[in-house]
Design a protein around this ligand. Structure first.
Ligand code: 3HC
Ligand code: NAI
Length: 689
């Protein structure tokens, strides 16, 4: 036995305990350890049954994902033998093997459980095959055993979409055999004694459900739609379909081929980068575990407009009571009505219940005064984007907030230091930049001013997780990480349109490339008036001799603001675009520019490399800590396709020499970091300041 797996006995039951913190991943040594435990139990005459259980917070959460990088980089070959020997040993054990599940039995964890003869679980446990979220498919016979337990339809759905399944649903589906109340080990041992001495059911021989009818083509179509651009979901469905057609061993062999192909794909590398990236961004250099976050049990929000109302919902959804302040009853009523509408919509769609809605709403206290603000642990300001107004509010907050309260602003463009300067405690001031709609978008950009304290940053990072957001720390500059990069991206899209590429083709090219929306459709959604105002306000930052797009300014000056006025780049019925706005062609024609149509490749290169070039600048200036921070911002706040890993990872995939060369072809100023790395054959991913 290894240190990672322990063997003990409880009378005639052997207990094999996996102890590989934090999540009992199947790291080297773990599969062998479990197998040795099962084999020892099989040969011990005192033992009649075996229970396999996880120590700590979970059963096995899957293969060790860190190993995948070593395999694809050539550092070590993939050796699935240990895992396969474990599966075989568990299934062939002549004594019943009971898998006792708590926490999350995901991926290889669920596959190990499937090779046992029985599965029991706590009610709070979840099971799932989330491999597709890493761009791969189950690789330990999950696509072959799961359909034998749950039926091919359920198995294909689980393997293709990767969503977790509750213990209750797993019981109904046939994946687990019993839900245990109370202590899992005790319950599993009791269950084991019930089945001791009985013939063992081998999952690979349970073929009865394989004949259930399934429309695999419809499933593939659904996967292509819901996970547009991703290869693994369809591959996972193919593998499950093979289970219905081939003998078990042949199915497993084919699964391995598909798994291997997916593992070595650029999509998988990108998605694994995103998985670890989401965890990396929480680690801030210089802020260690010794910095204890401030407890947050009460919040307050100022402004109940688009963002303030959304932010109040974010707090309430996390169970944190929140005050929501406005200046007039009318504005307050409007904000509360919007909040109600969102919750009622969830109830109507069956995503929530009336009772849950009432309990959540009760956590939001609308108010016109600052009463109670002195008790708030965090106060988030979300009033109009106006420096004088924000300063006035922070001056007031400085006078009433408790000494260690976090004072946050949701500003999207304003200088955090200037806002902080009006308080006597700039160390407490931080940007908490939510994205619209705040209750939906996962990104939370934290913006650190020059005085922002480590404890305030650590607290907001921790709070981000509680609020179910992905928090990324940015430095203070115009637009921070996300919007600063977005500006040149949008500008390139606009200039492509100005130069004669039909604008719907610009949008379509980027949508087909994987972006959630085309850039011009995004402008219509955000409001062309907003861009227009920002453009006017920041005209002084524009560099002489550099071309900036004009076309939106003309459109906005005609009162066409996008979705909100029913007309922008597109013509709208409600929020649905019914076609391009013909006025755009007329405006563009009026420029009298030489018509030049870019092909799809150029559209993508101009826009995406604009992101990359600006991102390189942000890295060098220290606005973004690491390139992966930029990637996580783009994956969670800007609809960048996860299977491309974010703009910086994507650039690394293309090769920085190519990116730099194109940047120069386009006549742009190449960011010095990009130029340097391109010359050295380096990558953003490996670059350290
Ligand atoms: N391998 C390696 N490390 C893992 C891991 C895994 N499977 N799962 C989690 N970790 C690491 C995380 O990187 C993190 O490390 P850090 O502390 O150094 O940042 C630590 O474990 C804790 O993870 P989380 O912060 O995510 O902890 P949570 O409690 O929030 O979530 C979890 C736990 C739900 C298990 C979540 O980590 C998760 O979803 N993990 C991935 C599960 C998965 O995808 N499994 C399938 C793997 S592929 C596979 O099994 C192939 C097979 O078919 C052969
Ligand atoms: P909004 O115009 O929808 O709402 C602002 C609200 O603040 C209004 O309801 C107004 O009555 C209220 N308000 C004004 N002065 C107040 C005061 N002194 N006390 C209390 N309430 C007051 O604006 P929106 O879009 O919600 O933006 C708010 C902030 O969030 C701005 O700083 C904006 O830049 C930022 N932001 C906006 C995003 C968006 O997509 N709309 C995205 C991210 C940030």
């Amino acid at each position: 036995m290894t240190d990672l797996v322990k063997y003990s006995t409880a009378g005639d039951v052997a207990v094999v305990t996996i102890d590989n913190p934090p999540v009992n991943a199947l790291s080297p040594g773990v599969p062998d350890g479990i197998r040795e435990g099962v084999e020892r139990a099989a040969t011990d005459p005192e033992i009649r049954t075996v229970v396999v259980i996880g120590a700590g917070r979970t059963f096995i959460a899957g293969a060790d994902i860190r190993e995948f990088g070593k395999i694809t980089s050539g550092e070590k070959p993939r050796d699935a033998t240990s895992l396969q020997r474990l599966l075989q040993a568990a299934e062939d054990c002549p004594k019943p093997v009971v898998m006792a599940v708590h926490g999350t039995a995901f991926g290889g964890g669920l596959e190990v459980a499937q090779a046992g003869h029985y599965r029991v679980a706590l009610a709070a446990a979840q099971v799932g095959q989330p491999e597709v979220k890493l761009g791969i498919i189950p690789g330990a016979a999950g696509t072959q055993r799961l359909p034998r337990l749950a039926g091919p339809a359920k198995a294909a759905e689980m393997c293709a979409f990767g969503d977790p399944v509750s213990a209750k649903d797993a019981l109904t589906a046939g994946i687990i055999d019993r839900i245990i109340d109370g202590d899992l080990l005790e319950g599993a041992i009791a269950f084991a004694r019930e089945v001791a001495g009985q013939p063992v059911p081998k999952t690979r021989e349970r073929n009865a459900r394989l004949a259930e009818p399934v429309d695999f083509e419809a499933l593939r179509a659904a996967a292509r739609k819901r996970l547009r651009g991703q290869e693994a979901p369809v591959a996972a469905i193919d593998a499950v379909e093979l289970a219905t057609k081939l003998p078990f061993e042949e199915g497993v062999r084919r699964e391995q081929e598909i798994f291997q192909k997916c593992l070595f794909s650029t999509q998988s590398r990108a998605m694994i980068h995103a998985f670890f990236g989401e965890r990396t961004v929480a680690k801030i250099p210089g802020i260690g575990k010794d910095v204890t976050p401030l407890p947050v049990s009460r919040a307050a929000v100022i402004g109940a407009g688009t963002m303030g109302a959304g932010i109040a919902m974010v707090y309430a959804n996390a169970g944190i009571p929140v005050l929501l302040k406005e200046t007039s009853q009318e504005a307050l009523d409007r904000g509360v009505a919007n909040i109600r509408r969102v919750y009622s919509g969830s109830v109507a769609k069956g995503k929530s219940t009336q009772d849950k809605m009432d309990r959540t709403l009760a956590l939001i206290t609308p108010t016109l005064s600052f009463d109670g603000f002195e008790q708030a642990d965090i106060i988030t300001e979300a009033v109009f984007e106006n420096m004088a107004l924000k300063k006035e509010i922070f001056r007031t907050l400085d006078g009433i907030a408790k000494p260690d309260a976090i004072l946050a602003t949701n500003t999207s463009t304003l200088d955090i230091d200037e806002i902080a300067s009006v308080t006597s405690r700039p160390e407490s001031v931080i940007g908490n930049h939510f994205f619209s709609p705040a209750n939906v978008m996962r990104l939370l950009e934290l913006v650190r001013g020059k005085a922002t304290g480590a404890r305030v940053i650590a607290s907001c990072m921790e709070l981000g997780k509680r609020l179910r957001k992905v928090a990324v720390l940015a430095g203070n500059c115009y637009g921070f990480i996300g919007n600063r990069m977005f500006a040149p991206y949008i500008a390139q899209a606009l200039m492509l349109a100005e130069d004669g590429t039909p604008f719907e083709e610009v949008d379509q090219a980027l949508y087909d490339w994987g972006m959630a929306m085309g850039p011009l459709a995004v402008c219509d959604l955000a409001g062309l008036d907003v861009n227009y105002r920002i453009r006017q306000e920041y005209k002084h930052l524009e560099k002489p001799g550099v071309r900036y797009p004009e076309v939106e300014t003309v459109l906005a000056s005609r009162g066409h603001y996008g979705q909100k006025t029913g007309r922008g780049w597109y013509v709208y019925e409600g929020t649905r675009a019914v076609g391009p706005n013909p006025e755009m062609r007329e405006i563009i024609a009026s420029y009298g520019r030489v018509h030049r149509q870019a092909d799809r490749e150029e559209i993508v290169e101009r826009t995406v490399y604009a992101l990359v070039n600006e991102g390189a600048g942000l890295l060098e200036e220290g606005i973004a800590i690491r390139s992966v921070d930029i990637d996580i911002v783009y994956l969670n706040g800007y609809g960048f396709p996860v299977w491309r890993g974010g703009p910086m990872h994507y650039a690394d995939t293309v090769g920085l020499a190519r990116v730099a060369a194109r940047v120069k072809d386009f006549g742009w100023e190449c960011a010095p970091l990009l130029e340097r790395l391109a010359a050295e054959g380096g990558t953003f991913g490996k670059w350290v300041r």
